[in-house]
Ligand binder design. Structure first.
Ligand code: PLP
Length: 221
């Protein structure tokens, strides 16, 4: 049994039905994915291309409606596989990566959804564009030069550790960046923030997509 249904209902209630729940299944077996699927889960988040490849069937052989999003840092040599295996990359964090995604998606004639990741906490070790300005520039580049990328929004990972004030600040910074780029196109409508420990604060700050692993599937090995 997964806790998917319970978490889903809580997210529905707190967000007033506005937020999408991504079930983060990384490091849990495909059986756990299928159990959550049976409970109604359709979107699964994974952070490594290798794991998606070994765990999930190919996209056209997955159960009806099942989607996999890549939410972890993507190396350039994995872009080709990532573009083929997922419907959305949520962790786009450099111009070089954007160029590579456009190139690989173009080669297979696919248009792929992406989110731009913002490093909203300023933590050195964290991935993501360093500022709202950099993110805005990347958004403009995608809109003008990347016909195989559909920009859908912004993603962030809250600060390390649990600190309510720091979380709120990081989420507010991300919401501002989202508001800025969402004016560029009606397609840009996803603000992905909030994980097991901080999803309620993220929703309060305007998130409309939460990525929850531990609260659904339990601790990872
Ligand atoms: C692992 C992960 C999550 C889920 O984290 P939990 O604390 O298990 O809910 C969400 N987003 C990203 C980017 C992750 O890597």
């Amino acid at each position: 049994m997964t806790e998917y249904r319970k978490v889903h209902d809580e997210v529905e209630a707190v967000s007033g039905g506005r937020a999408v729940l991504v079930a983060v299944s990384k490091l849990h077996p495909y059986d756990a994915v299928l159990e959550a699927y049976a409970d109604g889960a359709r979107i699964f988040g994974e952070n490594r291309v290798q794991e998606i490849e070994s765990k999930f069937p190919l996209p056209d052989q997955r159960p009806e409606g099942m989607e996999v999003y890549l939410i972890g840092q993507l190396q350039r040599n994995k872009v080709k596989k990532a573009v083929a295996l997922v419907s959305r990359i949520e962790s786009v964090d450099s111009m070089a990566l954007i160029e590579k995604i456009e190139y690989e998606a173009g080669k297979i004639g696919k248009t792929i959804d992406v989110l731009l990741e913002l490093n909203s906490s300023g933590e050195e070790q964290k991935a993501g564009f360093r500022s709202s300005d950099e993110l805005f520039e990347a958004a403009g580049y995608i809109m003008s030069s990347c016909p195989h990328i559909r920009l859908r929004g912004v993603m962030t990972v809250g600060p390390l550790g649990y600190d309510s004030d720091k979380n709120r600040k990081a989420f507010a910074v991300t919401k501002d960046a989202f508001d800025r780029i969402s004016s560029l196109s009606p397609d840009i409508d996803v603000l992905s923030m909030g994980m097991s420990a901080d999803w309620k604060e993220a929703l309060e700050a305007g998130s409309n997509e939460v990525r929850i692993g531990t609260a659904i599937f339990g601790e990872r090995q």
